[in-house]
Design a protein around this ligand. Structure first.
Ligand SMILES: [Zn+2]
Ligand SMILES: [Zn+2]
Length: 209
């Protein structure tokens, strides 16, 4: 069991210290005039053209004036940076003293965010965990177990029975490889559930690893 302190630290990370553009811990957090924060790099990617003068906040749509030098010119979110540093130090201390699980998550059930006989797990990047369970679905969680999304593989012959996952990543976005016993093949899908690769066409017998 996680101690109250480290469970609280993880909750804080999930609720307040995760950038809603990259779903990761803030890196170089910058503050928009609406008081929402995002990573500097994420904002730079969000600013599509240097000709645009206003940035609509990805969360609340309020507009902020883009500094002449781009996202780096927004004020730093000092509170977020300090909080992350504070938690990093404390949770690290906590983990060094402990043996056993660093953390665990999940409760039994069929709703979004619940797990029913989980089958396999894979990480995408450092901050997302994909879990295949016996309800034939892939769910995305933060590394601390906060439910984010469900990947539904569309356009399949039969209902996908995902068994084993592997992830190939480049620039943080992953291709999730899923072995599917029911359709007798291996799928590569992106995080939206769109199939980008298909290995075997009914000629793999019960792929499960
Ligand atoms: Zn970000
Ligand atoms: Zn905002």
């Amino acid at each position: 069991m996680a101690s109250t302190a480290s469970a609280l630290a993880n909750q804080l990370r999930d609720e307040f210290l995760t950038c809603s553009l990259c779903f990761s811990s803030y890196k170089n957090p910058k503050l928009l005039s609406c008081q929402h924060s995002f990573c500097r790099e994420c904002l730079d990617r969000w600013i599509v053209s240097s000709k645009v003068k206003l940035l609509a906040c990805p969360v609340c749509r309020k507009e902020s004036v883009i500094p002449v030098n781009g996202a780096i010119g927004f004020s730093a979110s000092i509170l977020i940076t300090n909080l992350l540093e504070y938690l990093r130090t404390n949770v690290k201390d906590e983990r060094e003293r402990k043996t056993g699980f660093l953390f665990q998550f999940g409760e039994k059930g069929s709703s979004d965010g619940q797990l029913y006989k989980p089958q396999s797990v894979a990480m995408v990047g450092k901050d997302r965990v994909i879990v295949a369970d016996s309800k034939n679905r892939l769910q995305i969680f933060s590394r601390y177990g906060k439910y984010k999304d469900t990947i539904t593989l569309s356009s399949l012959d039969k209902k996908c029975v995902p068994r084993c996952l592997a992830v190939a990543t480049s620039t943080g976005e992953g291709v999730v490889y899923v072995s599917d016993m029911n359709n007798k093949r291996v799928w590569g899908c992106n995080l939206k559930g769109e199939i980008v690769k298909e290995i075997g066409k009914d000629n793999l017998s019960m792929p499960s690893g």
